[in-house]
Design a protein around this ligand. Structure first.
Ligand SMILES: [Zn+2]
Length: 151
């Protein structure tokens, strides 16, 4: 399934500055065209299904599909790492998928499946995708934020 350009959801302005998601290889902002992937990386010799090993995931990549992905995974492979799964970034504009995967990730983090270094990148990702699943704030909500920010 590919995304129709007319169907690209418009993000709302929740934050002062919109967070970008940069490809780990070419540094392009993947949110400009909502194309790209989020990839989990594990050690080559560890099965992602082995429940006895913690942490399983060593890194997270943001990447364009194709050339950048191949180059990142080749560099990982040279360092004893391998892909453990990936998702389309555009999946996360779907509110039902967004919340399901966020809940699943919290559970996995709680179970120690992610290396600590991954957590910041996961947080950045969900913050960056949030404006796509959020709604406009009411005037009352905006006022509350102003009060909150001034404290
Ligand atoms: Zn790229």
């Amino acid at each position: 399934m590919t995304i129709n350009s007319k169907e690209i959801p418009k993000p709302v302005d929740i934050f002062f500055k919109r967070q970008a998601i940069l490809c780990d290889h070419c540094q392009n902002n993947l949110l400009e065209r909502l194309q790209g992937m989020i990839i989990s990386i594990r050690k080559k010799d560890v099965s992602p299904f082995d429940e006895s090993i913690r942490p399983i995931y060593k890194n997270i990549h943001f990447s364009c599909k194709g050339e950048c992905e191949r180059k990142l995974l080749k560099a990982d492979s040279d360092n004893g790492l391998a892909e453990a799964g990936w998702y389309e970034i555009s999946d996360y504009t779907n509110p039902a998928i967004y919340i399901r995967r966020l809940m699943h990730l919290i559970e996995e983090i709680n179970n120690g499946k992610y290396e600590n270094d991954c957590i910041e990148k996961i947080q950045l990702f969900f913050v960056a995708m949030f404006p796509y699943v959020a709604r406009e704030m009411t005037d009352y909500e905006k006022e509350k934020i102003e009060i909150y920010m001034s404290i």
